[in-house]
Write a protein that binds this ligand. Sequence first.
Ligand SMILES: Cc1cc2nc3c(=O)[nH]c(=O)nc-3n(C[C@H](O)[C@H](O)[C@H](O)COP(=O)(O)O)c2cc1C
Length: 361
Amino acid sequence: MQTVFFDPTRTYDDNFDNGPFPQLANEAPKRKITKKYKFLDFEINLPFGIPAGPLPTSKHIKAAFDYGFDVSHYKTQRSTVFPVNQFPNVLYIDVEGDLTLEKAKKPLVGRSEMTKDPKEITITNSFGNPCRGTEFWQEDMKKAVSYEKDGQLMIASVVGTIKKGFSDEDYYDDFAYTAKLANETGVKVIEVNLSCPNVANEGIICFAPDAVVAICRKSKEAIGNTPLLAKVGYFSKDQEELLETIIKKTKPFVSGWAAINTIPAPVVDTQGNQALPGPNRLQSGICGASIKWAGIDMVRRLTMIREKLGLDFGIIGVGGVMTPHDFFEYRKAGADVVQSATGAMWNPNLAHEIWQEENRK
Ligand SMILES: Cc1cc2nc3c(=O)[nH]c(=O)nc-3n(C[C@H](O)[C@H](O)[C@H](O)COP(=O)(O)O)c2cc1C
């Protein structure tokens, strides 16, 4: 089964230098531009796209826009060169039904072969937020922004990097510095990635309220009028108050929330050994069909908090969107924009299918 945009059977560098695979642009489906939707203050044709990850260069962004993924992210960038985790970076995961938090505590089997229909797959992805350096990505991001067409929006995702001797405060400043570099490219919206596993030895940083507030405040100060989004992981039921507290405290800085990233779980091979090669890779982020429940649950809770506090932040719903039906479920839950990483990688026509269904109504 062939993937598009990002091909996980090839190395990250091969995808980066030679992708997207296959070369798609001339086959892009035709459609009428209607711009019926708004996200933040931007007019949007279809409130659907690809989140940070499968689109690592301007060439990938161009292909996604050509295919009607109208709100798409350029992959998360850093302030410094950073290596990619050892290949392979993607495995298919055996999960029956929803990947609940209980199920995610126990080891899951990862395989290199797909055993399910592509609409039902669950995968793990583990890249480590690689970066070719700021000179490369700033230039390339400018090009990517220039590919935005009428009713389309590109979002830049950034993350801080812990450098030798850094205090917590230095680390938060590094998020802001990277956001500033992204802002210099002319991109219209910037997202801080607060949901990467095991950063700052704090676990996933979105659950540390002081860190989140500091990162959002500093990043917003660094980018001025450009809207700031924050991407978070899944907050469990007993973290509900924490989520509301974080939203209240970051209110002056954050224009929108994106949820969710992956659900971390231990991934093993059929013998029970760590499946992905290299240190610290037993625990790995899980995405695709089996995490949809968590993305939808977060969108519902963000919607409730938005109403309760009388706020108007934007909501991007992500996780397990494999079909047009999943898109409409997210919209019903309150998502202003919906995105798909795994689903889009295995179906380049997903945006077009949604657009057709939307226009049939
Ligand atoms: C190949 C791949 C690379 C990813 N890289 C990033 C990344 O750089 N930054 C980020 O915030 N999320 C990254 N993600 C997570 C996705 O943005 C998304 O939150 C997650 O995969 C859940 O959506 P899905 O079920 O549609 O895949 C990546 C996902 C995939 C599949």
